[in-house]
Design a protein around this ligand. Structure first.
Ligand code: MN
Length: 374
């Protein structure tokens, strides 16, 4: 007999997306509801026993009635029990969306920062939520599972869901300490707050993980996002389920020696990027008249949802004139100069010229962005 749960967190519904033009921000906010729909669809598909939303379902503690009812409508479209532990962004308070009379019967909200215990047919679930923007003390310290009710001889797993930080230096957003996890005795601890997913870890008898956010919201949240399907039976079995949300990319394109930047940039884009958001930093040495940000934007705009282009290119320079210097730079360049003089083909000479420019960037403390290509 095994039970299945879906573990997600940090949807941050109704985020402002302030870096986007208003109509694109509106589109992204609507798509956040689409991600929640996808989560519910997957919960149905995998026939899970519970859907756990470990905090920051909403981006702020005050959410409009319309958005709140859209979310409650989506969650009422399933009979699967849904559990919500409010986080630091959407902490429970009197004016909270969680205090509105819109939530369907299958949704349970943890309205206290003290751990509450819920007895379900297949498992015992424990959870706590934020009731203010900060939670300084650890709810897991001195926590014990207590006696399981009569399970009729069947194994009944225990699961805890929390929003918090793992072993923080300063306990501001609900500290969760590894030694408390090791002592808690639960089979699984579902965590929210950290937006990049962590691999499952085990301390004591407890497996724990952060699911990460189901969709990025900025260029510091790149890559594929999703949630965890957790099967509890003999041991804990975790599967990462990717979701179809927009992806964020933070790319650098080196334009040294290039005479058609737009083409080079298009080549750097992954295929099928119409839904995705890009920050593209142009680097390298190129004549300024070869770069028109307007033209580049025009040629990539049909291929992406949004792109911002940062021009960090520099004027081409005669780097070989530094060869005679009695410095590390001079030595580095004279060594390459020798190689260049020895090489027969133009191609080799071009590669050495590029190597010299990249090396020089590194020596001069520039970011070694060209390494991204390897
Ligand atoms: Mn948070």
């Amino acid at each position: 007999m095994s039970i299945k749960i879906l573990h997600t967190a940090d949807l941050h519904i109704d985020s402002p997306f302030a870096f986007l033009p208003e109509e694109k921000a509106i589109f992204r906010r609507r798509r956040q509801l689409g991600i929640l729909e996808e989560i519910v669809t997957l919960a149905e598909h995998h026939r899970v026993d519970a859907l756990l939303i470990c905090g920051d379902l909403f981006d702020s503690p005050n959410i409009s009635f319309d958005v709140t009812s859209s979310v409650s409508d989506i969650l009422s479209s399933t009979a699967i029990p849904v559990f919500i532990a409010p986080g630091n962004h959407d902490y429970f308070h009197l004016g909270s969306p969680y205090n509105l009379n819109v939530w369907p019967e299958n949704v349970h909200i943890f309205k206290s920062s003290a751990i509450e215990r819920i007895e379900l047919p297949q498992m015992t679930l424990y959870g706590a939520g934020f009731t203010s923007p900060n939670l300084f003390r650890s709810t897991l310290s001195n926590f014990s599972l207590g006696n399981n009710s009569d399970t009729g001889g069947f194994y009944k797993p225990s699961v805890i869901m929390l929003h918090g930080e793992l072993n923080p230096r300063e306990p501001i957003y609900h500290p969760v300490y590894t030694n408390d996890i090791a002592a808690c005795g639960a089979d699984y601890l579902a965590l929210g707050h950290i937006h990049s997913r962590t691999e499952p870890q085990k301390v004591g008898n407890t497996v724990f993980a952060f699911s990460g956010c189901p969709e990025g919201r900025g260029f510091d949240e790149t890559g594929s996002k999703g949630m965890y399907l957790v099967e509890l039976g003999r041991g804990v079995n975790m599967t990462f389920l990717p979701l179809s949300g927009a992806k964020y990319y933070d790319l650098t394109v080196n334009l040294t020696g290039n005479d058609s930047p737009a083409k080079e940039i298009i080549n750097a884009l992954p295929s099928q990027s119409q839904e995705d958001l890009f920050r593209i930093t142009l680097s390298g040495e190129i004549e300024p008249n070869l770069i028109s940000i307007e033209e580049i934007s025009k040629s990539i705009s049909p291929l992406v949802f949004y792109a911002e282009i940062i021009n960090r290119t520099k004027l081409p320079r005669d780097i070989w004139s530094y060869c005679s210097e009695d410095t590390l730079r001079g030595t580095f360049l004279s060594l390459l100069r020798e190689k260049m003089d020895e090489s027969a083909s133009n191609e080799d000479r071009e590669i050495i010229d590029l190597a010299a420019r990249y090396g020089l960037d590194a020596l001069e403390g520039e970011e070694a962005d060209y390494l991204d290509n390897f």
